[in-house]
Design a protein around this ligand. Structure first.
Ligand SMILES: C[S@@+](CC[C@H](N)C(=O)[O-])C[C@H]1O[C@@H](n2cnc3c(N)ncnc32)[C@H](O)[C@@H]1O
Length: 455
């Protein structure tokens, strides 16, 4: 039963096995033959091991493990080719060659890393990148022949990291940076339609740093194919689509699909925040909120330079039943600072308190004797964040250097990982409501909804 299955699998797989066209029969033909033989040995050995796993009823999802095991065993038996890392082309491998598995690249010496996208030689400042593999797991983009390649770092799409960090200019990232400065070419392997294609030598022309899909700082390397490189062989007319699209075309979940909105205001903060704060509305006409003066700090601390400007792109949008709300177009990791609740600070004994509290939409009550923050006329994006009985943000008191406890600084932090396009919310009931309490019906739709919100 086991061997019958293996036979069928072997036959099926032969259609997708690495294909190296036999076109180069010159002086390097021997090397090419050896590369092909190494691949054949790898495939046969992999099939054998994989069948054993199957017949022993071991978890056959461990395909990656068997692939690596096979390649490592070949390394130990000196059956691999091009074992010494080098810059430039690798003997016996042509631009346009196709491969099925990352482990095969190790066996033939095109890319020596089983998992890491950047392979390099040398150490630290003197390191140079030899090859990169561009897959859909990172936000890599191929546009008009130019590859924008995201640097190396913790990637929740590969495995959930214990802690998600900003990318650092070290190891592979540093090597790519060094290759850029030293103007040394890098081999590029592209993953297209499930196959790995050697696309030839590229130059690293630029490096920028920005916030990535998961909210951390990432490096973006701009690579261009060297002009003297042979045109690569396309997989099929359909596969050429990747030339103009991002690798990362994942459909958005229906639950969190963003309705088609148009940008009504490009930056409500008028340049005061690090990122523009867009106001979006459905295409049908929607009346905008009353104008207000955008502040980045509390009016009681005007001399303080804001130490906590917003760190993520945020946008204001029209919710179905709660008026305006705030959502994030990008992922926000749990624990991240999101924004401060900013407004005019007033005490309850302020002669205008009664009239202010009459229109309590943008009032954050700090408790009896502690005053309140009024964001009616002066405020920031925090004034648009709605209440939820199952919130994704929490409110924390943060002390600044002045250490003045009478000055309220209410900061909102992500209480959990927040996916892109999700509405931000916190629990309004965390504010003390021991003076004039107004209650409203709550439309948060959480299964834990208390039915009312208090302001
Ligand atoms: C700080 S403002 C939030 C922004 C507001 N939605 C707007 O349109 O400007 C607070 C007001 O939003 C509305 N709101 C916030 N959370 C709500 C919820 N869960 N259910 C119903 N209304 C809510 C209430 O009218 C509340 O007084």
């Amino acid at each position: 039963m086991g061997s019958k299955y293996c036979g069928r699998k072997r036959e099926e797989r032969s259609h997708t096995l690495p294909h190296i066209p036999c076109q180069d029969l010159s002086s390097s033909s021997d090397k090419r033959k050896r590369v092909q033989e190494a691949l054949k040995t790898f495939r046969d050995e992999f099939d054998k091991r994989y069948c054993q796993y199957k017949s022993n009823q071991l978890d056959y999802c461990l395909k990656t493990k068997v692939l690596k095991e096979t390649a490592v065993s070949m390394q130990k038996q000196y059956q691999c080719e091009n074992t010494k890392k080098r810059l430039g082309h690798v003997d016996g491998i042509n631009v346009g060659d196709l491969f099925q598995y990352r482990a095969e690249l190790v066996v033939i010496g095109l890319h020596h890393e089983f998992e890491k996208g950047i392979d390099y030689l040398g150490k630290s400042e003197s390191s140079l990148a030899t090859s990169i593999v561009a897959t859909h797991k990172y936000s890599n983009v191929m546009k008009d022949g130019c590859l924008i390649y995201e640097g190396q770092g913790t990637n929740p799409r590969v495995r959930k990291p214990l802690a998600h960090h900003d990318q650092k200019l070290e190891t592979g990232n540093l090597a790519l940076w060094n290759s850029m400065n030293a103007k040394r070419p890098v081999r590029v392997i592209l993953k297209i339609s499930g196959k790995l294609k050697y696309d030839g030598l590229y130059s690293v022309d630029k490096m920028t740093q920005g916030r990535g899909e998961f909210g951390k700082l990432v490096f973006k390397f701009v690579l261009n194919k060297l002009p003297d490189q042979p045109a690569s062989v396309s997989l099929s007319p359909k596969d050429d689509v990747m030339e103009t699209e991002t690798f990362q075309k994942r459909p958005k979940s229906r639950d969190h699909a963003v309705p088609k909105d148009i940008v009504k205001i490009n930056d409500v903060s008028e340049g005061k925040e690090k990122f523009p704060i867009r106001v979006k509305t459905p295409i049908s006409g929607v009346e905008l909120f009353k104008p207000f003066n955008y502040l980045v700090t509390m009016t009681s601390c005007i001399n303080r330079v804001s130490q906590c400007g917003i760190q993520f792109e945020l946008e204001i949008f029209k919710t179905e039943s709660k008026g305006w709300g705030v959502r994030t177009p990008s992922f926000i990791p749990s624990g991240s600072f999101v924004c401060e609740l900013v407004g005019e600070f007033a005490h309850h004994n302020n002669k205008n308190a009664e009239s202010i509290l009459h229109d309590a939409n943008y009032i954050f009550n700090l408790g009896f004797g502690k005053g309140f923050i009024d964001a009616t006329k002066h405020g920031n994006i925090g004034r648009f964040i709605n209440h939820s009985c199952s919130p994704n943000l929490c409110v924390k008191d943060v002390m600044y250097d002045h250490n003045d406890k009478s000055v309220p600084q209410k900061m909102l932090f992500a209480e959990q990982d927040i996916p892109a396009d999700r509405e931000l919310s916190y629990d309004y009931n965390c504010f003390k409501r021991n003076f004039k309490v107004e209650s409203n019906d709550c439309y948060c739709r959480s299964p834990k909804c208390h039915g009312q919100i208090y302001i």
